[in-house]
Design a protein around this ligand. Structure first.
Ligand SMILES: [Zn+2]
Ligand SMILES: [Zn+2]
Length: 342
């Protein structure tokens, strides 16, 4: 099969790999229909997030089951599924306490990061990490379920309440999802994004949602102390997020950025009653609820480009991934397709 493999110099190469087969009783092989290109993937290629050279990248996968192991009982060939790429062992002390996203064996278990992922024609995964799609849910909607699960976890950790003023820093797919979900929950969301393409795309998206009250703005126009909840979906904006938060505000750090640092004065946090919250990606218990919630949310409008595996260089251009540097965006959610139907 064709697969996009991470090279030691942090580039991608299209290679031929043997197609994965069922080896364990709970293995399932999926024919990948499409896989979202995530901000984390972009971060890997730009040196902001670590991944293991030699892995097939890609973790936001949807597709169709083609082969199941002898012990698989909940899935059958032909089922349409979405993958939960945040694997867990179920046995370590964190898993036994229910904190699955802090599984001690998580390193080595993140598909597309340190174990083969889904920028490929086929993907093998254990049965429990695949979820059947509700009837009628399009693959374009389902491909946003994994990011939606992250956003649900982070907004819950940020104690989002109806009527909250929420400022979302970063208007990429994750920022748009945060604003969408905050709006859905009855909060007043402002989305701040410096990139003109992404600002325009976000405005168009929310304008098409009846009843949406999300506003889209430039980051410089967001006033200090104007939000009960600030979500940094970019990663290096913690200091700015603390300025924007009102007294007693909550700040959720959501963007993965290996090199970002911040200087905070503990006395400011204390006097102003600020909470700085890190929630990680998501607890897998949330995933099944994300599949359900996706029934109610027009997620497919976030997908701006479908790029075939063979043309992956176009996806990098669209996401402003130039060798060793970041360039402007000309896309929102880009998905890599393998030629199957949507
Ligand atoms: Zn992702
Ligand atoms: Zn574990």
């Amino acid at each position: 099969m064709k697969a996009l493999v991470l090279q030691p110099d942090r580039t991608l190469r299209l290679v031929h790999r043997p197609r994965p087969r069922v080896t364990a009783p709970d293995d399932v092989v999926v024919r990948v229909v499409q896989t979202g290109f995530c901000g984390t993937d972009r971060g890997v290629l730009l040196g902001k997030f670590p991944a293991v050279p030699g892995v097939v990248m890609g973790h936001e996968a949807v597709g169709e089951v083609v082969e199941v192991g002898a012990g698989v009982t909940t899935l059958a060939p032909g089922d349409r599924v979405v993958a939960n790429p945040t694997l867990y062992c179920g046995l370590c002390r964190w898993c036994r306490r229910g904190a699955l996203n802090f599984c001690l064996h998580k390193a080595g278990n993140e598909i597309g990061i340190d174990r083969d992922g889904a920028f490929a024609e086929h993907l093998r995964l254990e049965e429990r990490f695949l979820h059947r799609l509700p009837d009628g849910m399009s693959y374009d909607r389902a491909v946003l379920v994994e990011p939606l699960a992250c956003v649900m976890n982070n907004l819950a950790a940020g104690r989002l309440r109806t009527g909250d003023e929420v400022v979302v820093l970063g208007g990429g797919p994750i920022g748009v999802l945060v604003a969408l979900l905050a709006d859905h929950a009855g909060a007043r969301a402002r989305l701040a994004e410096p990139d003109p393409y992404r600002r325009a795309a976000a405005r168009t998206y929310f304008a098409g949602i009846p009843g949406s009250a999300v506003t889209v703005t430039e980051p410089d126009l967001v006033a200090a102390r104007s939000a009960a909840l600030v979500v940094d979906t970019v990663g290096p904006l913690l200091e700015r997020a603390c300025e924007i938060a009102d007294d007693a505000g909550r700040i959720v750090v959501m963007g993965f950025h290996e090199r970002a640092t911040a200087t905070l004065r503990p006395l400011d946090l204390l006097r102003r009653g600020l909470s700085v919250i890190g929630a990680g990606d998501y607890n897998s218990h949330i995933f099944v609820r994300a599949v359900e919630l996706a029934r109610d949310l027009p997620l497919e409008g976030i997908v701006s480009h479908h790029v075939r595996l063979d043309d992956f260089a176009d996806a990098l251009d669209t996401l402003g991934i130039a060798p060793g540097a970041a360039a402007p965006y000309s896309g929102m959610k880009v998905v890599i397709t393998t030629g199957g139907g949507r």
